[in-house]
Design a binder for this molecule. Structure first.
Ligand code: NAI
Ligand code: PYR
Length: 316
């Protein structure tokens, strides 16, 4: 049987985050076709040309071009990165007033094309925006997700790597909840080399006596803000995160990633999007892994849920 492996990704918003995510997708050769949309069409065209100009030296040629919303009709994934560079000394939640109108407009245009793929929301506040896009699009719950605490979880692993001198990929576990100040490290899930992290530290006192979980958690929470203060935004970490999510969906890898997804009774929460470990497949966000969180962690998750739900109120 002749099959056409025709996977197509659209990125809406070709600013710092969108263009770097496009670069990550192109350099990893994740799809056949990548379309860039921005309300400054010249910017989208220029980014597409600049990306495609490296075709000779890429492992695989991803066809990149600028386009309009008609291109979403047969896309597998639409990544939404519209917004503005995060202001310094602010919060992601404070971006709501600026972002919500843009995201509403983008979702309406995407859906008007006949799109029936997966929306990956990046725009902040990402949990609120993912919920809003889900409600506004009418798509099934599986087909709308946010990057959630996937980036924060990667940051946690990177910081543990920095503190211990070990490869971050030795670390397991999750940062959960809001992609924002109420996020928490679910320490009961964190392991290093297969051992619970607290046990790993206790067993290696001589090497790691200066390592503090409280400091690691705080560094993880504030890392994004520090980068924003120094370089007016973040792009590489989120671009790798977007590329990882796009890959696992397009290639049906079934990786478990803490994306922002709809809680529908899991962890005792409903009608709210939060970063929780979720199985990603070709159709998007599937089963949520319900971890045995301890009482303190559950409390923190509920706190995030309350905060995010509060900010969703009145948006529709
Ligand atoms: N979820 C996460 O972990 C992260 C989220 N972000 C968020 O990503 C968003 C984008 O950040 P940056 O790329 O740094 O901002 P930026 O200002 O560099 O880019 C925003 C782009 O969106 C475009 N745009 C705005 N309104 C549009 C519309 N209605 N239609 C099409 N294009 C539109 C602009 O022309 C611009 O090219 C922000 O909300 C930021 O907070 C950033 C980093 C990490
Ligand atoms: C800006 C942002 O949300 C981050 O880098 O975490």
């Amino acid at each position: 049987m002749v099959t056409m492996n025709r996977n197509k990704v659209v990125i809406v918003g070709t600013g710092q985050v969108g263009s770097t995510a496009a670069y990550a997708i192109v350099t990893h050769g994740l799809c056949n076709e990548l379309v860039l949309i921005d309300h400054f069409m010249e910017k989208a065209i220029a980014e597409a040309h600049d990306l495609d100009d490296g075709s000779e030296f890429q492992d695989r040629h991803v066809k990149v071009h600028a386009g309009d919303y008609d291109e979403c009709k047969d896309a597998d994934i639409v990544v939404i990165t519209v917004g503005r560079k995060p202001p310094a000394n602010s919060t992601r939640m404070a971006e709501l007033g600026f972002t919500v109108g843009l995201v509403g407009d983008v979702v309406d245009h995407v859906m008007a094309s006949g799109f029936n793929g997966v929306i990956v929301m990046v725009s902040n506040p990402v949990d609120v925006m993912a919920w809003y896009a889900w409600k506004r699009s009418g798509l099934p719950r599986t087909q709308v997700l946010g990057t959630g605490t996937a980036l924060d979880t990667s940051r946690l692993k990177t910081i543990i790597g920095e503190e211990t001198g070990l490869d971050p990929r030795n670390v397991g576990g999750f940062v959960m909840g809001e992609h924002g100040n109420s996020q928490f490290t679910a320490w009961s899930t964190v392991s290093l080399g297969g051992k619970p992290f607290s046990r790993f530290l206790a067993d290696n006192q001589d090497r790691f006596s200066s390592v503090s979980t409280a400091e690691i958690e705080e560094k993880t929470r504030t890392r994004g803000n520090e980068i924003v203060a120094a370089k007016h935004g973040t792009n590489y970490g989120i671009a790798s995160t977007v590329a990882g999510i796009v890959q696992t969906i397009l290639w049906d890898e079934r990786r478990i990633v803490p994306v922002s997804t709809l809680l529908d009774g899991e962890y005792g929460e409903r009608d709210v999007f939060l970063g929780v470990p979720t199985e990603l497949r070709a159709n998007g966000a599937n089963e949520i892994v319900e971890l045995d969180l301890n009482d303190d962690e559950r409390e923190k998750l509920h706190h995030s849920a309350e905060l995010v739900r509060e900010h969703c109120e009145g948006l529709l």
